[in-house]
Ligand binder design. Structure first.
Ligand SMILES: Cc1ncc(COP(=O)(O)O)c(C=O)c1O
Length: 394
């Protein structure tokens, strides 16, 4: 019989939708994907070449659980250079994607029954990662502009609070948290002695002159209460390579490595060598990608907000928009009624062959998540198709 942990887990809505889209494509349907949190670019050539070389040089064996020294050093250089925060290589643990890094971090600081605060709308996996560790997710709403609501967070803190998971720039909202709100959050974490698990995987994807604020860099006390999560997937178009990392206070870092030592051991060895190359030599390719995403965001935002009944926050980060589409709830196409964001996304997929994600999956029930990672041409075609499908609802 299935364990209570397995029964209690909600499968990832985004991963499931990706499966449906793959099946439709295999059946010959021309689906425009605006669903996946996946860069619309290939991994840069120098990174691919370095990986091939690493394979040819026989870098194919087990290595230290927390990762090869060269990568942990490159991560420390990156954190100092980009985020103004100093870590020793012994504080870094390289994992199989930021997703594993997050699982490790939660497992390292959450005891059974401990509470973990999660601002919502938020990424689908946080709640489930906390449940997997035996913790209790405590969801708090963000403000209307998707910024952290510090007084709501403060109200949610109890003696059982072990951590808060934050994500800036944010999936699914695109919000970039202000320094002021993060300083207040750090104050709360220090006062009530809980950890900030700070997921910074979208750090590089930031627009309109905004800057990413790294909460661990604010003060020694903030540093001692933060577990920083980052990875290669989003910035370097390396989603399938599966490489992420944690940077944490020494005691926590040792716990994270011990946990990983009994799950996956080390992250894939030749991928780690390629990641050293990415961290040291790909500033320019990241800048080019970001400039292109900025163009796509402006276009997608313009198109969405010109559609009847749709409102959307013009946010500054990640590669998502979260328009409010509740205007269409209760409308019909023939006999079919659109009751919620799930119905609307199914309708758009079936009628327009455009894949977008129901906001309900992120606790944003009036919204849908649109990823603007596809090419400009595909985004334009996707928006045309969506607009036509929406206009048929009455
Ligand atoms: C907010 C957030 N954190 C972490 C991840 C996982 O990243 P990785 O591919 O490194 O496991 C994702 C992927 O979609 C994400 O959106």
């Amino acid at each position: 019989m299935l364990s209570s942990i397995a029964k209690n887990i909600t499968p990832s809505a985004t991963c499931e939708l990706e499966g449906v889209v793959a099946d439709l494509r295999a059946a010959g349907v021309d689906v425009i994907g605006m669903n996946a949190g996946e860069p619309g670019f290939d991994t840069p050539e120098n990174i691919r070449e370095l990986c091939k070389r690493a394979l040819d040089e026989g870098k194919t064996r087990y290595v230290n659980v927390p990762g090869i020294a060269a990568l942990r050093e490159a991560v420390c250089e990156k954190l100092e250079r980009d985020n103004g925060v100093i870590y020793e290589p012994s504080q870094i643990c390289v994992s199989t994607g930021a997703k594993q890094a997050l699982n490790n971090a939660v497992m390292a600081v959450v005891n059974r029954g401990d509470e973990v605060i999660i601002p919502m709308p938020g990424w689908v996996s946080y709640v489930e990662i906390v449940k997997l560790a035996g913790g209790v997710p405590v969801c708090v709403d963000t403000k209307e502009d998707f910024q952290l609501d510090i007084s709501a967070v403060e109200k949610a803190v109890t003696p059982k609070t072990a951590a808060i998971i934050i994500n800036t720039p944010n999936n699914p909202t695109g919000a970039v948290y202000t320094r002021e709100s993060l300083e207040k959050l750090a104050g709360l974490a220090v006062e009530h002695d809980f950890y900030i698990i700070s997921d910074e995987v979208y750090e590089k994807l930031i627009y309109n002159g905004k800057v990413h604020e790294c909460v661990a860099s604010f003060s020694e006390e903030a540093y001692n209460h933060t577990i920083l999560i980052n990875g290669m997937s989003k910035a370097f178009a390396m989603t399938g390579w599966r490489c992420g990392y944690t940077a944490a206070p020494a005691e926590i870092a040792a716990g994270i490595s011990a946990i990983q030592g009994h799950t996956t051991s080390n992250g894939t060895t030749f991928v780690q060598w390629a990641s050293v190359e990415a961290l040291r030599h790909n500033e320019e390719s990241v800048k080019e990608m970001v400039a292109e995403y900025a163009r796509r965001k402006d276009y997608a935002y313009g198109r969405l907000t010109s559609m009847e009944g749709i409102t959307c926050a013009n946010v500054d980060g990640a590669f998502y928009l979260l328009p409010d589409v509740s205007h269409y709830f209760g409308k019909k196409y023939g006999e079919r009624e659109i009751r919620d964001s799930f119905d609307l996304c199914s309708y758009i997929l079936e009628e327009a062959h455009v894949a977008i994600v129901p906001g309900g999956a992120f606790r944003a029930p009036g919204c849908v998540r649109i990823a603007y990672t596809n090419s400009m041409e595909k985004i334009a075609e996707g928006m045309d198709r969506m607009e036509r499908a929406l206009s048929k609802l009455g």
